[in-house]
Design a protein around this ligand. Structure first.
Ligand code: VGL
Length: 215
């Protein structure tokens, strides 16, 4: 697939240790620590590189330490919370750090922090709220750079990566999801997740080796 490098960004969604077996008490995703190589490859086809990070507080209404409570609804009137999760990617902890093999945070062109508010647990990196109304600023930043295409990878395929890709598509970008740079919380939903993204008009590739750009 051909991309025009000068108009292309690469987007590393939540590639954090808290989503990998490196932090088994958080939200370990099988192979989550294996995606750095593909994320670095896809970045070769872009002119700027963005990373998003879950920047969660240690205590929030959505946090549970009971495995049976994970994915059960948060009770009460909280429009920006849906289900409970184990604590993960808490600001200042090991789980918050980027996975090994990625550039240092300051080498990215933009770092997007999300999930800071204890009453909000967004998935997509483009908005702080579930209703997609409170921008994190990344869409405006990409427009300002005249970006037209975004290559997306990260964690997890079925939550934050997919939601971010759909948000970018809805904002008018051409979106290419690199599945080689993604891993799922629940691999059984991968076919459905791919179908949902394709229906929205997102292109899906298996690895960055499918990309081409002008010299
Ligand atoms: C994520 C579940 C809970 C993700 C974040 O980054 O995909 N998944 N929180």
């Amino acid at each position: 697939m051909f991309v025009e490098r000068e108009k292309t960004a690469s987007f590393d969604v939540d590639p954090q240790r808290g989503f990998t077996p490196l932090c088994p008490k958080e939200l370990p995703i099988a192979g989550g620590d294996e995606i750095a190589g593909e994320l670095n490859e896809q970045a070769n086809y872009s002119t700027c590189r963005v990373v998003s990070k879950d920047q969660h507080p240690a205590e929030a209404l959505w946090v549970t330490d009971d495995p049976n409570q994970v994915l059960t609804p948060v009770e009460g009137d909280y429009p920006n919370l849906d289900v409970k999760w184990p604590a993960h990617c808490v600001a200042g902890t090991e789980g918050n750090r980027l996975i090994p093999g990625l550039p240092d945070e300051d080498a990215y062109d933009l770092v997007v922090h999300k999930g800071i508010d204890p009453e909000k647990h967004p998935y997509g990196a483009c908005y702080h709220d579930l209703a997609s109304s409170e921008s994190t600023g990344v869409i405006e930043w990409l427009h300002q750079r005249n970006i037209e295409t975004v290559i997306v990878g990260g964690l997890a395929t079925d939550y934050c990566m997919k939601t971010t890709a759909l948000q970018l598509k809805a904002a008018g970008f051409k979106v290419i999801v690199n599945l080689g740079a993604c891993r799922s919380v629940n691999p059984e939903t991968l076919d459905a997740d791919q179908a949902e993204m394709r229906r929205a008009g997102i292109y899906i590739i298996q690895s960055a080796s499918e990309l081409q750009s002008s010299p």
